[in-house]
Design a protein around this ligand. Structure first.
Ligand SMILES: Nc1ncnc2c1ncn2[C@@H]1O[C@H](COP(=O)(O)OP(=O)(O)OP(=O)(O)O)[C@@H](O)[C@H]1O
Ligand SMILES: [Mg+2]
Length: 254
């Protein structure tokens, strides 16, 4: 059965870094292939995973809207679009990657979106775990085009506003009646001295389950600056080790 894990949270809190390292830890544990989905219009998950993606699902959909008038004989629009969507999946040994790209522009994309949704559903079934990275903010929550996640990680930094943003997203999920099995807080960039008692108290007051505390890590920041993928981080790296704990807690490697 496929498990879909998704990130959400305030801008710059470490959603993509966490998603990338979860992917790496899963692969280390033999859970592969992982389907990594970048649902951020400003996509950069591929960069952290060391995967080049040159075609987004959004671009494929745009192409289809233009090309659909001249289909190969005998081919339905659905089959044609599905074939084109398939070409957007980048396959590597351990990770397959899909970048959603920008949301559609003007015009009616309903038919294309229906095929896209059905295609995503079917595609996800091929993987034990789908790791979906989202953009900052609340908007994507209300237009979740893909399957509802089994676990939603609300990533906050070690600061008040990050945790408040996570709390707001939780509220929106309830408001929209979205079905998510497990929603929890991940506090990232926690100093070596540990959680500040005020941050801890604020986190507690949200009522959110605290899923993980991830350390501020100089190596993570440096590798990012050097364009090195998360697969190059040493296995004993403190951030990787903490994410391993999160993955175990979510029982993703069972
Ligand atoms: N635990 C950490 N220790 C050190 N640096 C970190 C840590 N987590 C994230 N960073 C750095 O913080 C920056 C932002 O991280 P990241 O891109 O993962 O955040 P994001 O939440 O995905 O941002 P956005 O909202 O723009 O998508 C990056 O430069 C990353 O390397
Ligand atoms: Mg990001």
């Amino acid at each position: 059965m496929t498990r879909v894990i998704a990130t959400a949270g305030k801008g710059g809190t470490g959603k993509t870094t966490t998603a990338a390292v979860i992917t790496r830890v899963l692969i280390d544990a033999g859970k592969r292939p992982v389907l990594a989905v970048d649902a951020d219009a400003n996509a950069n998950l591929g960069e952290l995973l060391g995967i080049d993606v040159d075609k987004t699902l959004g671009a494929v959909r745009e192409d289809f809207m233009v090309e659909r008038a001249g289909l190969p004989p005998g081919m339905t629009k659905e089959a044609f679009l599905e074939m084109k969507l398939m070409s957007a999946v980048v396959e590597t040994d351990d990770v397959d990657m899909l970048v959603m790209g920008r949301p559609e522009g003007q015009g009616c994309y309903c038919a294309a979106n229906n095929v896209l949704r059905a295609y995503m559903e079917k595609l996800q079934e091929n993987y034990p775990v789908v790791m979906m990275d989202n953009e900052a903010g609340l908007e994507h929550i209300s237009r979740m085009t893909t399957r509802k996640p089994d676990a939603l990680l609300l990533v906050a930094d070690h600061a008040r506003r990050g945790i408040e943003a996570a709390h707001r997203i939780r509220g929106l999920i309830d408001e929209l009646g979205l079905q998510v099995n497990r929603v929890g807080l991940v506090i990232n960039r926690v100093p070596a001295s540990g959680l500040d008692p005020r941050v801890e108290e604020l986190a507690r007051s949200t009522g959110l389950e605290l899923l993980a505390v991830l350390p501020e890590d100089e190596e993570v920041a440096r590798y990012d600056l050097d364009h090195r993928s998360v697969f190059e981080l040493p296995a004993g790296n403190a951030f990787v080790t903490a994410v391993r704990g999160l993955v175990e807690d979510l029982q993703l490697t069972d």
